[in-house]
Design a protein around this ligand. Sequence first.
Ligand code: ATP
Ligand code: SF4
Ligand code: MG
Length: 316
Amino acid sequence: MSTGTEPALRVADLHVRYGGSTAVRDVSFHIDGGEVFGLVGESGSGKSSVCAALMRLLPPGGSLRATAIEFGGRDLSRASERDMRAIRGKGIALVPQKPMTSLSPTTPVGRQLRWYLGERLDSAQTQQMLISIGLRAVLDRPGDLPSRFSGGQLQRLLIAIAALTHRPALLLADEPTTTLDATVQAQVLRLLLAVRAEVGSAMLYVTHDLAVIAQVADRIGVMYGGRLVEVAPVAELFAAPRHPYTRALIAAMPSAWIEGRPLRPIPGSAAGANRTDGCPFAPRCPHADTICQETMPTAVMAGAAMVRCHHAEVTV
Ligand SMILES: Nc1ncnc2c1ncn2[C@@H]1O[C@H](COP(=O)(O)OP(=O)(O)OP(=O)(O)O)[C@@H](O)[C@H]1O
Ligand code: SF4
Ligand SMILES: [Mg+2]
């Protein structure tokens, strides 16, 4: 739950481009201190690009512009690379998607942990924390290479490093459990939430899985075609989803099927999601009419939700 009053992060009008194509358009949101903000959307909707832009770690060929990315009294969209190096890991830490690519494969895990935690690794408190999150094996076998540990253990290790090294004000978790099997996913997710609560960080949690985000987030942002099409508190998003794409995502959730409702796959594909001459969701939307085809919807407030739809009040 949100505990702070000042936003930990405020993003205004973020755009990300790769060469000639735009991956993120006009994205604005904030995350309060201590809050978990979930970012959900289909593959290719721009979630990772938002994360990479916040860290200013876009791949070669990627560029960003924004009215502002406010964090810790700074505008990250204009900060120097030197300032960003001071912020990465300390102010904002990333929990990566693939643990094996984020650790040195040729360095024993104990030495890698010491790089980050230094003398704190020897304190009883740190060791107890590592044991409580299932990392006794790392303490018992510090000379072993990462390849001698499971994916779940390595992901726990990276969560510990991201959260405990500098107790960052903001954690970015980009699909942190998708490479793990289902049982381990649940354990790692619980661990991430526990560590986040202990440190008191705000968190941006990225996933394509609405069922996961429902367990994790205080508020949710739904992305489609590089745009945020709905932002709402989690209870409101599920009780009264305003955007037809959000409604389709909820209807397609396995839990909706388990409760006896028919599973409804979202018709069509995301092709055309980049159009700018009308609503990008129109080719897949059951409510699309002439205005939807001809005019891009702007962001409006409906209750506690921000929604980009000409017919946000239409009920299914
Ligand atoms: N390095 C890159 N060069 C060119 N285009 C890219 C690059 N990275 C991402 N894109 C494009 O940007 C768009 C958004 O990609 P992004 O990875 O941000 O989506 P995503 O929502 O994180 O998807 P996923 O759920 O598959 O991780 C996609 O159309 C993708 O093809
Ligand atoms: S603006 Fe029109 S096409 Fe787009 S989501 Fe809303 S109703 Fe559907
Ligand atoms: Mg991604």
